[in-house]
Each structure stands twice: as C-alpha cells, then as structure tokens.
Design a binder for this molecule. Structure first.
Ligand code: MTE
Length: 326
C-alpha cells in the first residue's frame, strides 16, 4: 500500500490481535473531511473531492476464511480510475470524471418486501449501527480484468436480519439511485439499459458471510465512482452483481429482474458465478488481466473457480448444473 493512503487507525489495529474483532466508533462525520489533508496526486479539485473521503474506523478479520487475501493490492489510483458505472458513461474513465455530479447526502436505503418490519435506514444509521470490517477481496469483472480491493464494510446478513425476513423470502433484489440530471450516462441516446440498475441474489447467497455492503475502500468512505455511499460486494461472482449506490433492497419469493439478464440473457445469467470453464459467448473466461496491467506487462493470470472462494461457497450450488445456471 502506498504510504499516502495509509490512515492513522491502521497502526492502532495492527497492535491489536487480529483475531479480536474491533468494536469501536464506526464513523467520523464527513464534516471533518474538509479539514483533512487531501490526497496527493495533483489531478485537480474535482478529483480530490471524489477521493478525499472521510476516514472510517474498522476492525480487521483474521486472514482466513477468504476474508482477506494476501495478494498484492491494486493501487488506489487504478481502483478509482478504471471503473464500470454506466450511469455515468461507458468509458472506464467516465465514472471518475462525472460521478461527482451525483449527490449522496442525504442518503437512505428502503428495505421492504418479504420482511416483518419494512423501513428505511438513513446513511448515518447504517454507519453507526453495524460493525465495520476491512475485507480484502478479489474483484473479477465479466470483461476478464480483475483487481484486489481493500473494502470497508459489513455483512449484508446483519442488515437483512434487522428487518426480519419472512419465511417466504427466497431472493433479495437491489436498486441503484436513478437521477437523470445527475447521471449523464442515463441521458445518453446510445444507452439501452432500463434504469435503474438492478441486481439480485438468492437468499442464501445474500446471507453468506462473504457478502458485504461496502461503505469504504482503502480506509476511507467510498469515492462516488466506486458506488458511494453504499454498494454490494459479492466476491465470488462477476463484478456486475456488485451493484453500486444502493437505494432499495427488496426481499421476494420470486427470482427478481436483473439489468444484465434482461439486456442479454444468453450472455449474462442470474447466478454469474466466476467460472473459468464456462466462457462468455464472445470471449474466454479462462484467464484475466490483473490490474494494474499494460500492453507490455499484461499481468495475465488464470481465473479460479468461484474467483478463488470455492472452499467457502461451492456448497451453495451443490447439484446444480453451473453451465446451465451461468
Ligand atoms: N452498479 C451500477 N449501478 N452500475 C454499473 O454500471 N457496473 C458493475 C458493478 N456495479 C455497475 C454497477 C460492474 S460491470 C463492475 S465490474 C463493478 O461494478 C465495478 O466496480 P468498480 O468500478 O468499483 O471496480
């Protein structure tokens, strides 16, 4: 990790046994952020505003159970400059360029459907009532590039439990904010997406301990282009399942509609588990470009079944034909 992205609390968590789950004050109000030294980089005020998030206080899980890979982290600059967030355009640089046009304050997430206690959580409730943890996960995009990202977040299961899912809840669906005036990609004539961006999981996938809602990366609140203020991260599935800037979570009996499945069902399935043996109809999924990568240093590595999380999640799909349920 480059020094300038190190935040002071890492030092204190390092002297605490890693097995101890830290319960500390979760969040320093973004109000303090303006006073923080902005990240170096000299790419201008807009960039600084996007990346100069407020520091988060979090615990670090033990490095087993898939919670923290020890592979090299993808540098902060790549994680925040090479993004997919079609609401802001289809070029990898568009989200960094334009996502600051999205206002994330105030923010709330509506939780409803098959729950005993439907309701709304505002961002302050979310940040104040769940124990934040750092999770260092591989992220494998369906386009065959990948990164290693130190997320800060909490288990989706903890949030869902609070709303008391009913016995009929078999699926969970998610919706991204949709605000045309702040999201120039949604105004594009070439966009064929039926906004808002939607994704879904089976209930057991949603309750799995690897599935998190991330509120930060590299120790600070999420930059807008990475899905501020709260996004899903499901590390064993292709990146498109990890929906950004969530405003609604709905539990249902029936399998929900998802954006990519609706757009090209023969190319993008509901499950979207990373699988090197099942190719995309237009390209191989056997290997991936690990970022940072360049023409001269492609950094191509083999793709692993369930993105390397088979030990943790293969059991969820026992007996299923993964070529048919792609
Ligand atoms: N969420 C929304 N709302 N819109 C998007 O276009 N792109 C997805 C996913 N979540 C996307 C989204 C895809 S294809 C990937 S690979 C990841 O976000 C990328 O996350 P990152 O840009 O933080 O690396």
């Amino acid at each position: 990790m480059s020094k300038r992205f190190q935040v002071p609390h890492i030092a204190s968590s390092e002297i605490t046994p890693e097995s101890v789950y830290l319960r500390r004050r979760q969040f320093m109000r973004a109000a303090g952020a303006a006073a923080l030294p902005l990240l170096a980089g000299g790419t201008g005020a807009a960039r600084a505003a996007q990346t100069g998030g407020a520091p988060l206080d979090f615990g670090r899980p033990a490095p087993d159970g898939g919670l923290r890979t020890d592979e090299a982290l993808t540098p902060f600059d790549d994680v925040t400059a090479y993004c997919n967030f079609y609401e802001f355009g289809t070029d990898k640089g568009d989200p960094e360029r334009y996502a600051h046009e999205m206002s994330t304050d105030p923010w709330s997430v509506q939780v409803d459907g098959e729950v005993a206690r439907p309701g709304k959580l505002n961002l302050e409730d979310i940040l104040g009532s769940f124990d934040l943890q750092e999770r260092v996960y591989r992220l494998r995009c369906v386009e065959a590039w990948s990164m290693v990202v130190p997320w800060v977040g909490f288990e989706l299961a903890a949030l869902l439990r609070r709303f008391e899912p009913t016995s009929r809840a078999r699926y969970v669906s998610f919706e991204t904010l949709y605000r045309r005036d702040e999201m120039r990609g949604t105004r594009s004539f070439t966009s064929t997406i039926d906004w808002p961006y939607r994704e879904g999981l089976r209930m057991d996938e949603a309750m799995h301990p690897l599935t998190i809602l991330a509120v930060g990366l590299y120790g600070k609140t999420l930059p807008n282009q990475n899905g501020a203020p709260v996004r899903l991260v499901v590390p064993w599935k292709y990146g498109f399942k990890s929906i950004k800037s969530i405003v609604r979570i709905r539990l249902s009996e029936k399998q929900p509609y998802t954006t990519w499945q609706a757009l090209a069902p023969h190319e993008y399935g509901f499950y979207a588990n990373v699988n090197p043996q099942v190719d995309h109809p237009r390209w191989s999924q056997a290997s991936e470009r690990r970022l940072p990568s360049s023409l001269f240093k492609p950094n191509r590595i083999p793709t692993r079944m369930f993105n390397g999380y088979a030990e943790q999640v293969a059991g969820l799909y026992k007996g299923m034909d993964l070529a048919r349920n792609y």
